[in-house]
Design a protein around this ligand. Structure first.
Ligand SMILES: Nc1nc2c([nH]c(=O)n2[C@H]2C[C@H](O)[C@@H](COP(=O)(O)OP(=O)(O)OP(=O)(O)O)O2)c(=O)[nH]1
Length: 323
């Protein structure tokens, strides 16, 4: 069907994620407007002649009475979405520094909620990646070389003690599947002790055999073999990507995040050609999922990765001991 939407110009929408004490400000859209009755983050159309930052400051003030400075605004994610009757580009930014008492200035109820309480079905469909981006950490550590289960578990314990990760990808390609399962089962208690979610690296069967895991990270070849999301929406699904085609496939699978790289040359994968920040920015801008920059990066690169349109950084060397 050739819809009207294909000829309708895309609307540039400034969307504000206002965070205070770990809670996010949400409002309910009036019933009579586009996507009415659903919850939303404050925001609205970028007016002609306005920058997105000016639009954010204006919309936040108009809708909530809060005032924010331009310097407190940080990019979160950009999402292109076609509602059929309207095409939008949601330009999503966050601020942790809003002054004043929030009130629904346009009569709409507003509320501060924890990111983990945000439910996809309460928001317009385009918001799904925003909710993912808010719940995912800025740094995603991946385990390094693991030669056997015992050494792997002790290295994990030591690395968890040194870092404050929210999620960890348990990668151990050198282990046979049965050994990997022993590793993942012994790693789960270490992770729960540290308050960290364990993401299994491998195929759907590996995830199913690890009850209690927080999610599944698919290597490129595993993702290529799938045509539908292999796990429930309650768990994280990540995919390793190196190009636009792989990101498109991961998005079609319903991935919650992807990793993209190597951005810089990296000692753990010397054979892989670095894509550089320009290519990362180009691919992240076109993606509709949070994208972690990977390859030769560490926590010091989070700001750069975010400025380039990424969710943050994923990697091995910054937290894993040299074995
Ligand atoms: N503000 C906001 N808009 C969202 C979100 N998610 C989402 O898909 N949208 C869509 C719904 C609308 O089509 C568009 C925002 O337009 P709007 O109608 O709120 O903007 P506005 O206040 O400038 O509109 P108007 O009254 O001048 O027409 O973006 C969200 O979280 N916040």
């Amino acid at each position: 069907m050739t819809g009207l939407s294909s000829v309708v110009r895309e609307v540039h929408v400034a969307v504000a994620v206002v965070i205070r004490d770990g809670r996010v400000l949400i409002a309910r859209r009036p019933d009579h407007v586009h996507q009415g009755g659903l919850l939303e983050f404050p925001g609205g159309k970028v007016e002609p002649g306005e920058t997105v930052q000016q639009a954010l400051i204006r919309e936040i003030a108009e809708e909530t009475g809060l005032s924010v400075s331009e310097s407190s605004l940080e990019p979160v994610i950009g999402i292109r979405h076609d509602y059929g009757d309207k095409r939008v580009f949601l330009d999503v930014w966050r601020t942790q520094d809003a002054a004043g008492v929030a009130e629904g200035r346009e009569g709409q109820p507003v509320e501060w909620v924890l990111p983990d309480e945000l439910r996809d079905e309460d928001f317009p469909a385009a918001n799904r990646p925003i909710i993912r981006a808010l719940r995912l950490p800025a740094v995603l550590p991946i385990t390094g070389a693991i030669g056997n289960v015992t050494d792997g578990v002790s290295a994990l314990r030591a690395s968890l003690a040194r870092s404050s990760a929210g999620l960890v990808v348990l990668r151990a390609p050198a282990l046979a599947p049965v050994e990997y399962l022993r590793l993942s089962r012994h790693s789960l208690p270490e992770c729960s002790e540290a308050g960290v979610g364990l993401i299994v690296h491998g195929g759907p069967a590996m995830y199913r055999e690890t009850p209690g895991a927080a999610g599944l990270h698919l290597p490129g070849r595993e993702a290529a073999a799938l045509s539908a999301r292999p796990i429930s929406h309650g768990a994280w699904l990540g995919v390793s990507c190196h190009d636009a085609g792989q990101i498109a496939h991961a998005t079609a699978l319903g991935a919650d995040y992807v990793t993209l790289g190597p951005v810089k040359p990296t000692a753990t994968h010397p054979e892989a050609k670095a894509i550089g920040w320009d290519e990362f920015r180009r691919l992240a801008a076109a993606a509709r999922v949070p994208v972690y920059a990977l390859g030769g990066l560490g926590p010091d690169d989070v700001t750069r990765a975010r400025d380039e349109g990424g969710q943050g950084v994923a990697g091995i060397r910054f937290w894993w001991p040299e074995l």
